[in-house]
Design a protein around this ligand. Structure first.
Ligand code: ASP
Length: 320
């Protein structure tokens, strides 16, 4: 079948993307992994373009990763960290978007604490918008880099059994991964305490477990999630000690998964809460550092494709 490329102007989420579109982005990312491992890390495909990182929420690795990605493509990069006051969130978002848009950026990479905020912003600007994480909704580039990590290690996504463990309720990473992994033909299990499992997960095709030893059985991938204290209103877990005892990944629980199962975590890790250092730092089994590395390549692919699509769109409608 002909590769349709990636025909969208924005990347707001994984939901709705086709297997071919996802594969197109992963294939392009693979090429950037090779470039990033060489000594000359510059591909001048975005020379003269302007990329703005607009972050309404703290971030170290994602923002740095987008910045590095844009710079390696030859673009000019501006970083904006905006404090989002809970009173005027709506105004802040739209005002900032309209102001930035007037400066003709080619792409905005946006993180915001509210689900849906990045989509809203994309409707107010005429450049490409990449969702760098919106509330507990989606984090599409994280799911793409997770998929790339799995594909490079295990050669495929189709047919693999992926166990996603922990604070699924508050996790945009989990949501984007459900969409991507199920679309690509993987089996997805969720393992979490009842209080951290969103309703209606089964209707997506996800298998739900509340016992790590059962849920991890024969898993090819064990993907741990951070306990997102900042998104919790009220008490979702009894205590860190108890959480770790039942849901923290350690050698004993990992032994239920396939002998060569890959350990993943989107970072930042709460060591001793959801993951034991012993398994997180196991160089044979843990792909956590590789996830960070491949994130840059994925963001290069996304920025390249979206910038080109937007240039073509503007040319077609006669905008500059
Ligand atoms: N870095 C990821 C995110 O922004 C995961 C996390 O923070 O737990 O969603």
């Amino acid at each position: 079948m002909r590769d349709p490329g990636f025909p969208h102007r924005h990347l707001l989420g994984i939901e709705g993307l086709t297997p071919l579109e996802i594969t197109h982005l992963l294939d392009l990312s693979d090429r950037y992994v090779e470039l990033n491992r060489g000594s000359d890390k510059v591909a001048r495909v975005l020379d003269g373009r302007t990329i703005v990182n607009l972050f309404f929420e703290n971030s170290t690795r994602t923002r740095t990763s987008f910045e590095l990605a844009a710079k390696r493509l030859g673009a000019n990069v501006i970083n904006m960290q905006v404090e989002s006051s809970s009173v005027a969130k709506g105004e802040t978002l739209i005002d900032t978007a309209v102001t930035l848009n007037a400066m003709h950026p080619d792409a905005l990479c946006v993180r915001h604490p509210d689900s849906g905020a990045v989509k809203l912003l994309s409707e107010k600007v005429n450049c490409a918008v990449v969702n760098a994480g919106d509330g507990s909704h989606e984090h599409p580039t994280q799911a793409l880099l997770d998929a790339l990590t799995i594909r490079r290690r295990l050669g495929r996504l189709n047919g693999l059994l992926v166990a996603i463990c922990g604070d699924v309720l508050h996790s945009r990473v989990a949501r984007s991964n459900f969409y991507l992994l199920l679309t690509m033909g993987a089996r997805v299990r969720v393992i979490a305490p009842r209080t951290l499992i969103p309703s209606q997960l089964e209707s997506l095709g996800v298998e739900v477990f509340t016992d790590m030893n059962e849920g991890l059985k024969d898993a090819d991938i064990v993907m741990m999630l951070r306990v997102q204290n900042e998104r919790m209103r009220g008490s979702f877990i009894p205590s860190v000690r108890e959480y770790f005892r039942f849901f923290g990944l350690d050698r004993a629980k990992l032994a239920q998964a396939k002998p060569d199962a890959l350990i993943m975590h989107p970072g930042p890790m709460n060591r001793g809460t959801e993951i034991d250092s012993d398994v997180a730092d196991d160089v044979q089994r843990s792909a956590i550092r590789e996830q960070v590395e491949l994130g840059v390549a994925v963001r290069m692919a996304v920025l390249e494709v979206l910038s080109k699509n937007n240039a073509a769109y503007k040319a077609a409608v006669g905008q500059s």
